[in-house]
Every structure is written in structure tokens, then in C-alpha cells.
Design a protein around this ligand. Structure first.
Ligand code: ATP
Ligand code: MG
Length: 578
């Protein structure tokens, strides 16, 4: 339909030129008659001229309106279609990004992901909309206008269109120059954006180290380079429009001069000159746009290739669905080893143990001993390099991952809050239609020893936490994350070192609440501190990815190894603190 509308709007652009030719030829004709007529005939002739010209005038206006309607319809079809394509492509990319695994996010910068979903999609849209529209316009205009011109006067047509290819080529060259310079500006702009983003997410550090001046200086360097690049673009652009106007004007002049010669030779009428000047004006825009359109198409092709590169990336982990999950007995780690991609030293080394359903399992270890890594394997953010994790007797890799994760409440070590209200941060991942959602939020935060704190805020649960939760204290953030895990009432609760920012009193309050929550539920607690783990059914002591000791608190004390050493040391510290 868009193609039809483009054709129709062009057709109505041609008619006015013919009206002008007819009017001028009529004036000439009447002028000729006037010299040989008496006064009363002159009045009749003048009236004839006036009615005819008025009639042409009305037609020109009518054509302009009809043309306008078709141009509107042409944009409504082609440009609107391109917006739909943009929408689909953005959503498709976003959904795909979410499916990709950790390896992908390590290999690609967030800035790159953002650029492809916004800029590159935008460029593809420029192809699907404007570039296609201008191309159709170009073909239709050239066919229509040239065929009309040739039927009017072949010789004049050839002479008049001769300079147009030069115009098109000049525009193409200048446009390429403009594009290279705009790309440089675009790159500089992303560099400025990331600089500002980093400078202000790290504003606390900048201020604490009184590094404002250094930061401003670096920023000035970035903007200075941006300014220079903009100036160089402005230089070319300043050249672009005058050149276009000059070449257009030149074409008109040539038309008038050659047309004049043709009229003198008796091969054309005066009206033809006016008509041809109008045709040339109609032709100039599509011919100019040829250069512009071809560069749009080039850039869109490059962008689509970048988008496809991501769309064709498949997640390296397979996520089977539909293999129902049954967790009745235990989770077993069978001889698990894991080395992070790109590293040589294993983060986990030949670990074997099992976690019976309903028990509390604790992992204690020095920093870097592999505690968080073990949890990540359990969440299938990575698959083990060797060995198998089994749920009852089934391999975790073959089970439905969505079901598995729905069963888990996880508090990560580095808490991430979204810039939203506290309530929405706690109910994250639950549907907003969940029954009694508000009650559940309050309950969960009571269990996380957070409720009193929140009630002290003026906006209570509606308090917004700022980007990444910047307006909350470290301990408050941790407890929001704990409440987020509690509210799911999960079968399997995983707490990765999430009590570390809390004082011993709050810690023991949460641990006490945990006793209540964890009835019939499986709990995994990761910690540096013996106080968090000593009540667990089994304690795994990790050191450099290896199992050092394994057993209950009493058994480990009896063993009189490193656990008991850590225990007596930390008991001492707590006593001196009190
Ligand atoms: N994404 C990663 N890529 C590569 N190596 C990693 C990655 N995450 C952790 N490591 C390495 O794996 C080892 C174990 O890290 P892990 O985070 O499991 O330690 P942890 O026991 O949780 O320590 P902490 O108590 O400090 O949280 C460390 O040597 C660490 O440098
Ligand atoms: Mg850790």
C-alpha cells in the first residue's frame, strides 16, 4: 500500500507543472491576439484569461491537497511499519539477552549491549522506514517525471538532466564524509556517557578522596575532543546545503538557457521552460536522496550484522524444560571440580557430600575458598567442569531449570537492589496479583528483622531506595535481600554470607526467625563466622576449593582441627567485643 501511495503522491506533483505550462502558453496566445484587436475584444480576452488562470489555480491547489493526503498516507504506512519493526526487534533482543549465560556477559561490555539495542536497532529502522520510502520515491519519480519530460521534448530533456548524476555523486561523497565524522562523534558521545555514569555511581569514592578536580579535568578532555569532532562535522555540513542549492540553481539556469535556445529555434514553447524548471526541481530531491539513502542502507546493513551476531549467540548451558523436578530426599555433589573459564587453578576441587532435604547445611571458609562458586553451581549459573550435582537421583543438568529456581530463595553475597520502592524490591519476582501481597511483604520483613527499621522511614514501604539501593545502609540492604528470599517461602533457602554486615544481635534475631521458617525446608548458610553456622546439622569447612573438614559442630570440635581453632578464636573476639 505504501508503494501505491508513493506513486500516487508523485503523480499529483507532476500535474501542477502542466497547469503552469498551459497558463503561460495561454498568456502568450492571448498577448498575440491583443495587438490585433479592438477595445471590446480586449475586454473579452482579458476575461477569458482571468477565468482560465483562476481555473488552473484552483486545480493546482486541489492537486497539492490530494498530494498532501497521499504523502500523509505514505508516511502512515511505511514509517509506521518501521516503528513496529523497531519495537519487535528491541523486544526480541532483550528477551534474547536474558537467555544468554554468564560467559556472554563476561565477554561483552554492557555499553555494547545497550548500543546494539538502541543505536543499531534505530539504524535498521532507518532502513525499514525512510530508506525504503526514499528508494521507492526515487524510482517512481524518475520513471514518472522522465516519461512526461520525454513526451514533451526529448532534446530538451537530455540536455536538462545531464548535470543530475554529477549532483548525485557529489552528495554521495559529502554524505560519506558526514557519516565518518558523525560516527566519530557517536563514539565520543558513548565515551562521555560511560565516563559520567562511572563518575557518579562512584561519587562517594570521588568525594572521599577529594578527587573532584582530577575527575573534572578528565571530563574536560573528553568534552574537548567531542567539541573538536562536532566542529569538523559542522565544517562539512556548512558546505553541504549551499552546494546543494547551488547545484539546483545551476540546473534551473541551464534549463532556462537551453530552453530559451529551443524556443527561439521553434522546437519548444515558453510554457515548456517553466514546466521543465518545475520538473527539475521535483527531480533534485530524489536524486540528492540517492546518495543519502545509499549510505543509510550501508549503515543499516552493518548494524543488522551486529544485531545478528548477538541473536545468533546461543547460551552455552542447555536449559531443558518439561522434565519435572522431584525433590524429596537429597541434593548430592558427586566429585565436583570447577575451574572458571580462562583460569587454570580450580575454584572447587573434587568435592563430594550430600544435603538431606529438610536439613541445615553450612559452608565455612576463608575468603576465596570457593563458597560462592559452590552456590553458583547449585543455581546453574555455571555447570561443573567435572562431576555431577544430583537432585534425588537425577542429574541437575537434565531437570527443568525454571521449576528448580522457583523452588529456591537466594540471598547473594553482593546485594543488588533495583531503583524502586522497598515493597517492590522485596516482592521482586512475585506477580503483583499475588494474594495478600502486602501482608506477605510485612511478614517477610519482620522475619528479616527489618520491619521496625522501615516503619521509621517517612514513606515506610513506599520509600524509594535510589540506584542500587544507595539510600540504605549496608545492613538494611542485606536485610531487604533476605526478605526478598523469605517472601517466596522457598523449599531451598540459600544465604551467601548475608549476615556479614549485621551486628551480632540482629544476626542472632534473624537466625532465631530462621529456625521457624526453615521447618521442613532445606537451608544452606555460607559464612566466615562460626556464630552463623554452629547450629547447622552439617558444616563443610572449605579451604582453597578443597574439603578440609566435614561434620556437625560437636563432631568438628571433637576433631580439634581448624574448625575448633577458628571457633575458639572467634568466641574470644566476641567476648572481648562485649
Ligand atoms: N567470575 C569469576 N571468574 C573467574 N574467577 C572467579 C570468578 N569468581 C570467583 N573467582 C575466583 O574463584 C575463587 C573462589 O571465589 P569465591 O567467590 O567462590 O570465593 P568465596 O569463598 O565466596 O570468598 P568470599 O568469602 O570472599 O566471598 C577465587 O580465587 C576467585 O578469584
Ligand atoms: Mg563469596
Amino acid at each position: 500500500m505504501g508503494v501505491l501511495f508513493v506513486a500516487a503522491s508523485n503523480l499529483f506533483a507532476i500535474f501542477p507543472a502542466q497547469m503552469v505550462r498551459k497558463s503561460i502558453d495561454l498568456i502568450r496566445e492571448i498577448l498575440g491576439k491583443l495587438t490585433q484587436s479592438n477595445d471590446s475584444q480586449k475586454v473579452v480576452l482579458r476575461e477569458e484569461l482571468a477565468t482560465n488562470v483562476f481555473y488552473f489555480f484552483l486545480l493546482v491547489i486541489a492537486f497539492a491537497i490530494i498530494r498532501g493526503v497521499f504523502m500523509y498516507l505514505m508516511r502512515q504506512t511505511i514509517i509506521v511499519m518501521s516503528r513496529h519493526i523497531e519495537y519487535d526487534l528491541k523486544n526480541e533482543l532483550f528477551v534474547h539477552y536474558q537467555e544468554l549465560d554468564q560467559g556472554f556477559y563476561r565477554a561483552n561490555r554492557i555499553g555494547d549491549l545497550m548500543a546494539r539495542i538502541s543505536e543499531d536497532v534505530g539504524r535498521v529502522r532507518m532502513y525499514a522506514g525512510p530508506a525504503i520510502m526514499y528508494s521507492i520515491n526515487l524510482v517512481v519519480t524518475i520513471i514518472l517525471v522522465l516519461s512526461v519530460m520525454f513526451t514533451v521534448n526529448v532534446r530538451l530533456t537530455w540536455l536538462v538532466i545531464a548535470p543530475l548524476p554529477i549532483l548525485s555523486y557529489a552528495i554521495f561523497k559529502i554524505n560519506n564524509l558526514i557519516n565518518t565524522r558523525s560516527d566519530a562523534i557517536q563514539n565520543q558521545l558513548s565515551s562521555i556517557t560511560s565516563f559520567v555514569q562511572e563518575a557518579f555511581s562512584g561519587i562517594r569514592v570521588v568525594k572521599a578522596f577529594a578527587a573532584e578536580e582530577a575527575s573534572s579535568l578528565s571530563f574536560e578532555k573528553e568534552t574537548e575532543s567531542y567539541r573538536k569532532k562536532q566542529m569538523s562535522l559542522a565544517g562539512v555540513e556548512a558546505f553541504f546545503f549551499p552546494l546543494m542549492l547551488f547545484l539546483t540553481g545551476l540546473s534551473s539556469l541551464i534549463t532556462i538557457y537551453i530552453g530559451g535556445l529551443e524556443v527561439i529555434a521553434g522546437r519548444a514553447s515558453l510554457g515548456n521552460i517553466a514546466e521543465f524548471v518545475m520538473y527539475v526541481t521535483i527531480l533534485v530531491w530524489p536524486v540528492t536522496s540517492l546518495g543519502y539513502t545509499s549510505s543509510l542502507i550501508q549503515r543499516a546493513a552493518a548494524s543488522q550484522a551486529r544485531i545478528n551476531e548477538f541473536l545468533e549467540t546461543k547460551p552455552s548451558l542447555e536449559y531443558p524444560t518439561g522434565n519435572p523436578l522431584d525433590f524429596k530426599e537429597e541434593i548430592t555433589f558427586e566429585n565436583i571440580s570447577f575451574t572458571y573459564p580462562g583460569k587454570t587453578i580450580p575454584a572447587l576441587d573434587k568435592l563430594s557430600f550430600s544435603i538431606p532435604k529438610g536439613s541445615t547445611f553450612a559452608i565455612l571458609g576463608t575468603t576465596g575458598s570457593g563458597k560462592s562458586t559452590l552456590i553458583q553451581l547449585l543455581l546453574r549459573l555455571f555447570d561443573p567442569s567435572f562431576g555431577k550435582i544430583k537432585i534425588d537421583s537425577k542429574n541437575l543438568e537434565e531437570l527443568d531449570l525454571v521449576q528448580w529456581k522457583e523452588m529456591i530463595g537466594y540471598v547473594p553475597q553482593d546485594v543488588f537492589l533495583f531503583s524502586d520502592s522497598i515493597a517492590n524490591n522485596i516482592s521482586f519476582g512475585l506477580s503483583h496479583e499475588s494474594e495478600l501481597l502486602n501482608e506477605r511483604i510485612v511478614n517477610a520483613s519482620k522475619m528479616a528483622a527489618l520491619h521496625e527499621n522501615i516503619m521509621g522511614f517517612t514513606q515506610q514501604y513506599e520509600t524509594r531506595v535510589g540506584e542500587r539501593g544507595i539510600t540504605l545502609s549496608g545492613g538494611q540492604k542485606q536485610r531487604v535481600a533476605i526478605a526478598r528470599a523469605f517472601i517466596k517461602n522457598p523449599e531451598l533457602l540459600i544465604l551467601d554470607d548475608c549476615l556479614s554486615a549485621l551486628d551480632t544481635k540482629t544476626e542472632s534475631e534473624i537466625l532465631k526467625n530462621l529456625q521457624e521458617i526453615k521447618r521442613n525446608k532445606t537451608t544452606i548458610i555460607v559464612s566466615h563466622r562460626v556464630s552463623s553456622v554452629k547450629d547447622a546439622d552439617k558444616i563443610l569447612v572449605l579451604h582453597e576449593g578443597k574439603m578440609l573438614e566435614f561434620g556437625s559442630h560437636d563432631e568438628l570440635i571433637e576433631l580439634n582441627g581448624s574448625y575448633s581453632a577458628i571457633y575458639s578464636k572467634q568466641i574470644q573476639e566476641d567476648l572481648t567485643l562485649e
